[in-house]
Design a protein around this ligand. Structure first.
Ligand SMILES: NC(=O)c1ccc[n+]([C@@H]2O[C@H](COP(=O)([O-])OP(=O)(O)OC[C@H]3O[C@@H](n4cnc5c(N)ncnc54)[C@H](OP(=O)(O)O)[C@@H]3O)[C@@H](O)[C@H]2O)c1
Length: 261
Protein backbone atom coordinates (compact mmCIF):
# COMPACT_ATOMS: atom_id res chain seq x y z
CA UNK A 1 0.00 0.00 0.00
CA UNK A 2 1.37 3.47 -0.86
CA UNK A 3 1.86 5.96 1.97
CA UNK A 4 -0.98 8.08 0.56
CA UNK A 5 -3.32 5.07 0.52
CA UNK A 6 -2.24 4.19 4.07
CA UNK A 7 -3.04 7.70 5.33
CA UNK A 8 -6.35 7.62 3.43
CA UNK A 9 -7.32 4.39 5.12
CA UNK A 10 -5.88 4.85 8.63
CA UNK A 11 -5.30 8.59 8.87
CA UNK A 12 -5.27 11.35 9.58
CA UNK A 13 -4.18 10.63 13.17
CA UNK A 14 -2.72 7.55 14.91
CA UNK A 15 -2.66 7.12 18.67
CA UNK A 16 0.40 5.17 19.89
CA UNK A 17 0.81 4.07 23.52
CA UNK A 18 4.26 3.21 24.82
CA UNK A 19 5.86 5.54 22.27
CA UNK A 20 8.74 6.65 24.50
CA UNK A 21 10.90 3.64 23.62
CA UNK A 22 11.24 0.32 21.82
CA UNK A 23 8.52 -0.98 19.51
CA UNK A 24 6.18 1.96 20.24
CA UNK A 25 8.86 4.54 19.32
CA UNK A 26 9.45 2.58 16.08
CA UNK A 27 5.70 2.66 15.32
CA UNK A 28 5.64 6.43 15.88
CA UNK A 29 8.68 6.94 13.65
CA UNK A 30 7.32 4.80 10.79
CA UNK A 31 3.79 6.22 10.96
CA UNK A 32 5.21 9.76 10.82
CA UNK A 33 7.33 8.74 7.80
CA UNK A 34 4.10 7.70 6.09
CA UNK A 35 2.62 11.14 6.79
CA UNK A 36 0.35 10.29 9.73
CA UNK A 37 -0.25 12.85 12.48
CA UNK A 38 0.23 11.32 15.92
CA UNK A 39 -0.75 11.34 19.56
CA UNK A 40 2.07 9.72 21.54
CA UNK A 41 1.47 8.37 25.04
CA UNK A 42 3.77 7.21 27.86
CA UNK A 43 5.00 8.37 31.27
CA UNK A 44 8.42 9.78 30.28
CA UNK A 45 7.41 13.26 29.16
CA UNK A 46 10.85 14.44 28.08
CA UNK A 47 11.31 11.53 25.71
CA UNK A 48 7.87 12.12 24.20
CA UNK A 49 8.58 15.85 23.77
CA UNK A 50 11.90 15.11 22.02
CA UNK A 51 10.25 12.52 19.77
CA UNK A 52 7.39 14.90 18.91
CA UNK A 53 9.77 17.76 18.06
CA UNK A 54 11.97 15.54 15.89
CA UNK A 55 9.13 13.84 13.98
CA UNK A 56 7.34 17.14 13.38
CA UNK A 57 10.47 18.75 11.96
CA UNK A 58 11.61 15.72 9.90
CA UNK A 59 8.24 14.75 8.40
CA UNK A 60 6.06 17.86 8.72
CA UNK A 61 3.42 15.99 10.73
CA UNK A 62 1.58 17.17 13.85
CA UNK A 63 2.51 15.26 16.99
CA UNK A 64 0.63 15.75 20.27
CA UNK A 65 2.08 14.49 23.52
CA UNK A 66 -0.10 12.86 26.18
CA UNK A 67 1.75 12.05 29.38
CA UNK A 68 -0.17 9.29 31.12
CA UNK A 69 0.50 6.43 33.50
CA UNK A 70 -1.50 3.55 32.05
CA UNK A 71 -1.67 1.85 35.44
CA UNK A 72 -3.74 4.79 36.75
CA UNK A 73 -7.53 4.57 36.74
CA UNK A 74 -7.87 7.93 34.94
CA UNK A 75 -5.49 7.00 32.08
CA UNK A 76 -8.16 6.35 29.46
CA UNK A 77 -10.08 9.53 30.21
CA UNK A 78 -6.83 11.56 29.98
CA UNK A 79 -6.11 10.03 26.58
CA UNK A 80 -9.69 10.45 25.38
CA UNK A 81 -9.56 14.14 26.42
CA UNK A 82 -6.27 14.61 24.54
CA UNK A 83 -7.89 13.09 21.42
CA UNK A 84 -11.33 14.72 21.72
CA UNK A 85 -10.85 17.08 18.77
CA UNK A 86 -8.79 14.64 16.65
CA UNK A 87 -9.93 12.12 14.04
CA UNK A 88 -8.13 9.00 15.29
CA UNK A 89 -8.08 6.37 12.53
CA UNK A 90 -5.50 4.00 14.01
CA UNK A 91 -5.10 2.95 17.64
CA UNK A 92 -1.77 1.27 18.39
CA UNK A 93 -2.20 -0.16 21.88
CA UNK A 94 1.38 -1.10 22.48
CA UNK A 95 2.52 -0.16 26.01
CA UNK A 96 3.22 -3.08 28.29
CA UNK A 97 5.72 -4.67 30.62
CA UNK A 98 6.52 -7.97 32.29
CA UNK A 99 8.97 -9.62 34.60
CA UNK A 100 10.65 -13.00 34.57
CA UNK A 101 10.99 -15.30 37.55
CA UNK A 102 9.05 -17.67 39.74
CA UNK A 103 5.36 -16.73 39.98
CA UNK A 104 5.62 -15.67 43.64
CA UNK A 105 8.86 -13.71 43.26
CA UNK A 106 7.05 -10.54 42.13
CA UNK A 107 5.07 -8.57 44.68
CA UNK A 108 1.29 -8.43 44.48
CA UNK A 109 1.27 -4.69 43.68
CA UNK A 110 3.43 -5.32 40.63
CA UNK A 111 1.00 -7.99 39.40
CA UNK A 112 -1.92 -5.55 39.74
CA UNK A 113 0.03 -2.87 37.87
CA UNK A 114 0.76 -5.36 35.07
CA UNK A 115 -2.93 -6.23 34.78
CA UNK A 116 -3.80 -2.54 34.52
CA UNK A 117 -1.17 -1.64 31.92
CA UNK A 118 -1.35 -4.83 29.82
CA UNK A 119 -5.09 -5.64 30.04
CA UNK A 120 -7.42 -3.19 31.74
CA UNK A 121 -6.29 -0.01 30.00
CA UNK A 122 -6.03 -1.59 26.50
CA UNK A 123 -9.56 -2.97 26.99
CA UNK A 124 -10.99 0.42 27.98
CA UNK A 125 -8.99 2.24 25.30
CA UNK A 126 -10.55 -0.07 22.72
CA UNK A 127 -13.96 0.60 24.29
CA UNK A 128 -13.35 4.35 23.98
CA UNK A 129 -12.13 4.30 20.36
CA UNK A 130 -14.05 1.46 18.65
CA UNK A 131 -17.28 3.50 18.40
CA UNK A 132 -15.31 6.28 16.70
CA UNK A 133 -13.75 3.81 14.23
CA UNK A 134 -17.15 2.22 13.57
CA UNK A 135 -18.63 5.62 12.81
CA UNK A 136 -15.88 6.31 10.27
CA UNK A 137 -16.25 2.83 8.66
CA UNK A 138 -12.50 2.55 8.15
CA UNK A 139 -9.34 2.48 10.25
CA UNK A 140 -7.43 0.05 12.42
CA UNK A 141 -6.65 -1.31 15.84
CA UNK A 142 -3.27 -2.84 16.59
CA UNK A 143 -2.54 -4.58 19.90
CA UNK A 144 1.04 -5.43 20.80
CA UNK A 145 0.82 -8.78 22.54
CA UNK A 146 3.58 -11.44 22.68
CA UNK A 147 4.28 -15.00 21.62
CA UNK A 148 4.12 -15.71 25.36
CA UNK A 149 0.36 -15.15 25.14
CA UNK A 150 -0.03 -18.18 22.88
CA UNK A 151 0.52 -20.72 25.68
CA UNK A 152 0.98 -20.69 29.47
CA UNK A 153 4.54 -19.57 30.03
CA UNK A 154 6.27 -20.80 33.21
CA UNK A 155 8.56 -18.24 34.89
CA UNK A 156 6.70 -15.52 33.01
CA UNK A 157 3.31 -16.76 34.14
CA UNK A 158 1.50 -13.51 34.91
CA UNK A 159 2.85 -11.65 31.89
CA UNK A 160 1.88 -14.54 29.59
CA UNK A 161 -1.61 -14.57 31.12
CA UNK A 162 -1.99 -10.83 30.46
CA UNK A 163 -0.96 -11.35 26.84
CA UNK A 164 -3.39 -14.28 26.47
CA UNK A 165 -6.09 -11.77 27.46
CA UNK A 166 -4.85 -9.39 24.75
CA UNK A 167 -4.87 -12.19 22.15
CA UNK A 168 -8.45 -13.09 22.97
CA UNK A 169 -9.54 -9.44 22.97
CA UNK A 170 -7.87 -8.87 19.60
CA UNK A 171 -9.30 -12.03 18.04
CA UNK A 172 -12.85 -11.23 19.12
CA UNK A 173 -12.59 -7.66 17.84
CA UNK A 174 -11.07 -8.89 14.57
CA UNK A 175 -14.20 -10.92 13.82
CA UNK A 176 -16.53 -8.11 14.95
CA UNK A 177 -14.85 -5.27 13.11
CA UNK A 178 -13.34 -6.75 9.92
CA UNK A 179 -16.75 -6.83 8.20
CA UNK A 180 -17.08 -3.11 8.99
CA UNK A 181 -13.84 -2.21 7.17
CA UNK A 182 -11.71 -1.90 10.32
CA UNK A 183 -8.42 -3.82 10.46
CA UNK A 184 -7.56 -5.49 13.76
CA UNK A 185 -4.12 -6.99 14.24
CA UNK A 186 -2.79 -8.70 17.35
CA UNK A 187 0.96 -8.53 17.04
CA UNK A 188 2.93 -11.28 18.81
CA UNK A 189 6.63 -10.42 18.77
CA UNK A 190 9.27 -12.78 20.06
CA UNK A 191 12.47 -11.48 21.65
CA UNK A 192 12.97 -7.88 20.52
CA UNK A 193 15.94 -5.62 21.22
CA UNK A 194 14.29 -2.92 23.34
CA UNK A 195 14.61 -1.73 26.93
CA UNK A 196 12.21 -4.50 28.00
CA UNK A 197 14.70 -7.41 28.26
CA UNK A 198 17.15 -5.24 30.27
CA UNK A 199 14.35 -4.08 32.59
CA UNK A 200 13.72 -7.77 33.30
CA UNK A 201 17.39 -8.39 34.09
CA UNK A 202 18.09 -10.17 30.79
CA UNK A 203 21.23 -9.36 28.80
CA UNK A 204 19.98 -9.05 25.18
CA UNK A 205 23.33 -10.50 24.02
CA UNK A 206 22.21 -13.83 25.52
CA UNK A 207 19.00 -13.87 23.44
CA UNK A 208 18.98 -15.66 20.10
CA UNK A 209 16.79 -14.68 17.16
CA UNK A 210 16.46 -11.14 18.45
CA UNK A 211 14.62 -8.72 16.13
CA UNK A 212 15.01 -4.96 16.08
CA UNK A 213 11.98 -2.85 17.09
CA UNK A 214 12.09 -1.23 13.64
CA UNK A 215 11.73 -4.61 11.90
CA UNK A 216 8.84 -5.61 14.18
CA UNK A 217 6.95 -2.34 13.62
CA UNK A 218 7.50 -2.38 9.84
CA UNK A 219 6.24 -5.96 9.48
CA UNK A 220 3.23 -5.21 11.69
CA UNK A 221 2.24 -2.17 9.62
CA UNK A 222 2.66 -4.16 6.38
CA UNK A 223 0.44 -6.90 7.81
CA UNK A 224 -2.32 -4.80 9.37
CA UNK A 225 -4.81 -6.64 7.15
CA UNK A 226 -3.39 -10.08 7.84
CA UNK A 227 -4.94 -10.63 11.27
CA UNK A 228 -6.22 -11.86 13.51
CA UNK A 229 -2.85 -12.79 15.03
CA UNK A 230 0.53 -12.09 13.47
CA UNK A 231 3.98 -13.32 14.53
CA UNK A 232 6.65 -11.17 12.84
CA UNK A 233 9.53 -13.57 13.53
CA UNK A 234 10.02 -16.56 11.22
CA UNK A 235 11.93 -18.34 13.97
CA UNK A 236 9.09 -17.97 16.49
CA UNK A 237 6.46 -18.87 13.87
CA UNK A 238 8.21 -22.18 13.26
CA UNK A 239 8.95 -22.95 16.91
CA UNK A 240 5.42 -22.11 18.13
CA UNK A 241 3.86 -24.18 15.36
CA UNK A 242 5.84 -27.16 16.70
CA UNK A 243 5.15 -26.34 20.34
CA UNK A 244 1.39 -25.88 19.91
CA UNK A 245 1.15 -29.21 18.07
CA UNK A 246 2.59 -31.07 21.11
CA UNK A 247 0.44 -32.53 23.89
CA UNK A 248 -0.07 -29.57 26.27
CA UNK A 249 1.75 -31.06 29.32
CA UNK A 250 4.81 -31.78 27.19
CA UNK A 251 4.70 -28.33 25.59
CA UNK A 252 4.50 -26.61 28.99
CA UNK A 253 7.45 -28.60 30.34
CA UNK A 254 9.43 -27.72 27.21
CA UNK A 255 8.59 -24.03 27.84
CA UNK A 256 9.70 -24.38 31.47
CA UNK A 257 13.02 -25.83 30.33
CA UNK A 258 13.69 -23.08 27.82
CA UNK A 259 12.59 -20.27 30.20
CA UNK A 260 14.94 -21.54 32.94
CA UNK A 261 17.88 -21.18 30.52
N1 LIG B 1 10.91 -6.60 23.79
C1 LIG B 1 10.42 -7.82 23.68
O1 LIG B 1 11.16 -8.83 23.66
C2 LIG B 1 8.92 -8.01 23.55
C3 LIG B 1 8.45 -9.27 23.12
C4 LIG B 1 7.09 -9.47 22.99
C5 LIG B 1 6.22 -8.43 23.28
N2 LIG B 1 6.68 -7.23 23.70
C6 LIG B 1 5.69 -6.18 23.99
O2 LIG B 1 5.98 -5.05 23.22
C7 LIG B 1 5.40 -3.90 23.82
C8 LIG B 1 6.41 -2.78 23.82
O3 LIG B 1 7.50 -3.17 24.64
P1 LIG B 1 9.01 -2.89 24.23
O4 LIG B 1 9.67 -4.19 24.02
O5 LIG B 1 9.07 -1.84 23.19
O6 LIG B 1 9.56 -2.37 25.63
P2 LIG B 1 10.05 -0.96 26.15
O7 LIG B 1 11.15 -0.43 25.31
O8 LIG B 1 10.29 -1.18 27.61
O9 LIG B 1 8.78 -0.03 25.95
C9 LIG B 1 7.64 -0.13 26.78
C10 LIG B 1 6.79 1.10 26.55
O10 LIG B 1 5.60 0.98 27.36
C11 LIG B 1 5.48 2.16 28.15
N3 LIG B 1 4.91 1.87 29.45
C12 LIG B 1 5.24 0.88 30.32
N4 LIG B 1 4.55 1.01 31.46
C13 LIG B 1 3.75 2.10 31.30
C14 LIG B 1 2.82 2.77 32.13
N5 LIG B 1 2.56 2.37 33.40
N6 LIG B 1 2.19 3.86 31.65
C15 LIG B 1 2.45 4.31 30.40
N7 LIG B 1 3.32 3.72 29.56
C16 LIG B 1 3.97 2.64 30.02
C17 LIG B 1 6.91 2.68 28.31
O11 LIG B 1 6.86 4.09 28.51
P3 LIG B 1 7.25 4.87 29.86
O12 LIG B 1 8.22 4.02 30.64
O13 LIG B 1 7.83 6.16 29.38
O14 LIG B 1 5.95 5.07 30.56
C18 LIG B 1 7.50 2.37 26.94
O15 LIG B 1 7.19 3.40 26.05
C19 LIG B 1 4.93 -4.35 25.21
O16 LIG B 1 3.54 -4.55 25.21
C20 LIG B 1 5.67 -5.66 25.42
O17 LIG B 1 4.97 -6.51 26.29
C21 LIG B 1 8.01 -7.00 23.84
Amino acid sequence: MSDAAFVGRYGPVALVTGASSGIGAAFAQQLAEKGMDLVVVARRRQRLDELATRLASEYGVEVSVCEADLSAPDAVSRIADACAALDIGLLVSNAGFGFKGAFDSGDAAQLSEMLMVNCHTPLLLARAFVPRLRQRGRGGLLFTSSVEGLIGCPYSTTYAATKAFVNSLGEGLWAELTPEGISVLTLCPGATDTEAPRLQGIDPATLRNLMSPGEVAALALQNLDNGPVYLPSEHYRASFEQLLAMPRPQALMAMAGSMKK
